[in-house]
Ligand binder design. Structure first.
Ligand code: GRG
Length: 327
């Protein structure tokens, strides 16, 4: 099985075109605003959302994918804006292997750049009509809902698995779903293809986020391009921890809670990681991710055959195989 980079290499022409649209969209005579926006865009990122948008469009339309590049870039801008704001909230130093914008230019400027990219995203989305604009707006509202639900549950060691799933569904899966919805809507595809691709993208997003949460614990920081144990640092409770807490006694739970709330401790990180492995929490979380990935694949089973569909199917498998590759 190819890894994500190899998968993306085959699509690098499309990635380049998305990057060109991004640079065009953020162009402004305000030199500092342009510099800071470019800094974030040029830091890279996997370009998952625009690629998903383009592939979904190609599957559902006979028209050239150049028609959908602005929408693909629009989704990446919303995603980037949310990462900038997320880094401010988390006071993060690095992202995509580079210092964050808040680290380089300060929080006040980073807030404005996030808002600017967000505005530019809607300008691009509006070119596709009101239904697509509404899909974009709903996805952004869900980002804010997911972020807020998470924020008000930081340090809540009683967080349930369904509430965790609601958080990641809003922060990640519905955004993936919106990429497919926007693309198929713009392609004026039939209902079946709209449902199949939206379902695929939603489940792919869930698999992706559960995997990301596992990698935050077992991943290699160098390979990931960002530090690990960041969820713990912010007291964000994710699936591996939820499962661990279900499988230890009350005294151990109290001890873990105190440690989590008492600040960074690398020795504790490692102890907790070992406990997660021993109690089966990592395996359990991996099974959950795999189930979502299989659901994603299942959604495509009556969609016919095409090279783009094969690429999407491959992506659903690569997403969960990242665990081996990046840990
Ligand atoms: C400004 C729209 C807006 C929202 C504000 C801060 C916030 C509300 C929401 C945060 C949402 C958030 C950070 C979700 C995490 C999503 C996620 C999985 C990020 C990592 O995505 P990758 O791995 O990143 O695709 P790259 O760097 O590859 O693009």
């Amino acid at each position: 099985m190819r890894d994500f980079l190899e998968w993306q290499t085959g699509l690098h022409g499309k990635v380049d075109e998305v990057n060109q649209r991004l640079l065009l969209a953020i162009r402004t005579d305000q030199e500092e605003l342009y510099r800071m926006s470019r800094y974030t865009i040029e830091a890279g990122g996997k370009r998952f959302r625009p690629l998903l948008t383009i592939l979904a469009y190609e599957i559902s339309s006979d028209e050239p994918y150049s028609n959908i590049l602005d929408l693909a870039a629009g989704y990446e801008l919303i995603h980037t804006a949310s990462l900038i704001h997320d880094d401010i909230i988390d006071n993060a130093d690095t992202r995509r292997g580079r210092p964050t914008l808040n680290n380089v230019d300060g929080v006040a400027n980073a807030i404005v750049v996030g808002d600017y990219l967000f505005a530019k995203a809607y300008e691009l989305g509006s070119r596709y009509g009101t239904t697509v604009s509404k899909i974009m707006a709903d996805a952004s509202s869900r980002l804010a809902e997911g972020q807020t639900l998470e924020a008000f549950n930081l340090g809540n060691l009683n967080l349930s698995e369904p509430t965790y799933l609601e958080i990641i569904s809003n922060k990640t899966a519905h955004f993936f779903e919106a990429c497919a919805m926007g693309a198929t809507e713009a392609a004026k595809s039939g209902k079946d293809i709209y449902a199949a691709l939206s379902n695929f993208a939603y489940n792919l997003g869930m698999a992706f986020q559960v995997t990301d949460d596992i990698l935050d614990i077992v991943g290699d920081a160098g390979k990931l391009g960002k530090p690990t144990f960041t969820d713990l640092r912010h007291s964000a409770i994710t699936l591996p921890l939820i499962h661990t807490l279900r499988n230890i006694d009350a005294a151990k739970r109290t001890e873990i809670k105190e440690k989590i709330l008492s600040g960074p401790d690398e020795a504790f990180d490692l102890d907790l990681k070992n406990l997660m492995v021993e109690t089966g929490a990592i395996d359990y979380s991996f099974t959950v991710a795999k189930d979502y990935s299989e659901k994603a694949l299942g959604s495509l089973k009556n969609t016919g055959k095409s090279p783009d569909l094969n690429l999407l199917m491959e992506l659903a498998m690569i997403v969960i195989e990242r665990i081996e590759e990046l840990s």
